[in-house]
Design a protein. Sequence first.
Lengths: 368, 336
Amino acid sequence: MFKRWHIAPLLAALTLLSMLFSACGGASSASTSTNGAQSCPATRTLNGAGSTFDGPLFSKLFTVYPGVKCGANVNYQLIGSGAGINDLLNQLVDFGATDAPMTDAQLAKSPNGPIIHIPVTLGAVAISYNLSGINGHLKLTGAVLADIFMGKVKTWNDPEIAGLNPGVTLPNQNITVVHRSDGSGTTGIFTHYLSAVSDDWKTKVGAATTVNWPLGVGAKGNPGVAAAIKATSGSIGYVELAYVVANNFPYALVQNAAGNYVAPSLDGAKADAANVSDIPADLRFYIVNAPGNDSYPISGFSWMIVYQNQSNPDKGRAIANMLWWVTHDGQSYASALTYVPLPGGIVTRDEAQIKSMKCGNTPCYTGK
Amino acid sequence: MKTTPLMQSNIAAQARRVSALTRRGTRGKRRLGDIIFRNFTLLFVLITLALVVGVAWILVSYSLPTITAFGFSFLTNQAFDPVHNVFGVAPAIFGTLVTSCFAIIFAVPIGIGAAIFLVEFCPLALRSMLAFVMELLVAIPSVVIGLWGFLVLASWLNSSGEPWLQSHLGFLPFFRGQPHGLGLLAAGIVLVIMILPLIISVSREVMLTVPQSQREALLALGATRWEVIRHVVLPASRVGIMGGIILALGRALGETMAVTMVIGNQATKPSASLFDTGYTLSSVIANQFGEATQGLFLSALLEAGLLVFLITLATNVLARWLVARMGRMSIGGLNT
């Protein structure tokens, strides 16, 4: 019966051993190299968290990135834009990713000086519906969309919708609005669009990654909304463009600022981004409803966010290298995953932002 | 069985021998081991206590901003609006209570009935198999049941179930309004499915402990099967069954994933209609946490968490009190 007590010293030895190992690990990672500016940073691992919208793109990028020159392993956690912002503010991660730019109030909470925004990709939001007996695509304007999502237009054969679609016989059926139940950048883009085209929406509901919806049914994630639309006859909802493309969903043509009805597409979103005038210096901006004949109006950027002043110079250089690669070479992977590559004008703005990062007294980015 | 004087003296002699043994040689070592062991177990208890206190402390301290900003109106306000920084969880409290009550109302009679069949009427060979299948139902992860609810149940309710209810039972206030499929009704049904096996297995175990001799005694007096169940089995096992029901209620109140997937997640003005979409406290947290940034928004979610914590605590206290009361009553019943 005393035999079992032999386990105790063994356990103690194991614990000691593991403590020793972890201490060694800590020591090796603490010894950052102080090489010249031209060599690669010693930091080989970066941590990021945030937007789920960016997930598929980032997972592709970060499997490629360790293999490129001066690359690094990047752990990216898909925890939502808001949580990504929180993690950056709590200094738990090296960078955050968000589909909605940080607000002034959030920026004011920074414990470590200014935070800079770097657009890394573009997304578009499609309007999908479930109506039997309709050939082709419905045409909708922003004003009618706002009325539908506020419950002012209740049936499909309402004159507001019928007026936009002459020659289409619309059923006398109730409209079921489907929206996201979880907070999301997709919701952020869509509600900013509705706020841009409808004053009523702007004052009563407003724009954010999560809003107090006047009516409808909430489903979780893009797949949830897509499935709810599919299951509910007479429903309408908004989903990420990639979902419509992948699943061959019916989608509406949406009227843009120039008055044309445009289908959601990568090119349409890119045109929307390229035609934005007066981009603010800090790159915190929404591009919904931009001018241009081909612009698809419900589009928006996604950003990486980092501290401008990096306390660890070596890690700062690694972050700057990563940002530079994502906004340049990394963009070649976007189209295949139905993300919109950044327009040239935005890349130039990104370069200026990355070069403004400071590691001590010198800039973090030392490339061209 | 009564203890005779002879047996009592035997027991006393044995006790003397044992105490003599512990007093001899090994005494010091044994006592030291006991002290260490006792303190270790005490330590584990303290760790558990510290965890509960820690959770409560974090919930309270993080929800202080909304408690001071909104006070009692947090419980009565309809809107959960991060854009205008106004938060209220009235629809979520309503949804939590309605879906849980719905689940209990339907699961309790079905569950106890099934347990009675399994214990009293079911052929022995079939019993263990049926019990096994029902316990399998407990083991299904809630997200899987939620998926079934979302893909199968909700679309069936939308296309056939709710229209049928509306045309046949539409005179009741519960079945009015526009059917969506997703909503309070779907959430309630999913919860029934989730807590039913829990009630069945607890009730079954408790009923099995009722001595066979008592059943036989009443049968010998000429009672019917129903009278045996009514006057022996149910009274003897009601404390245990009550415990099972409270356990099930606790699960229904806190269930997050499956409910979030089918409840429709749209705050509507509380009404009698089960077709309405709704919210529960835990689904608010599950939905919004990823996008909640620091400030009132995050604080509002933690206060919702605090409310779930308090509701669960209250149910548990109530359950303890009920079980204790019923236990006293049945002991009293046996003595008379």
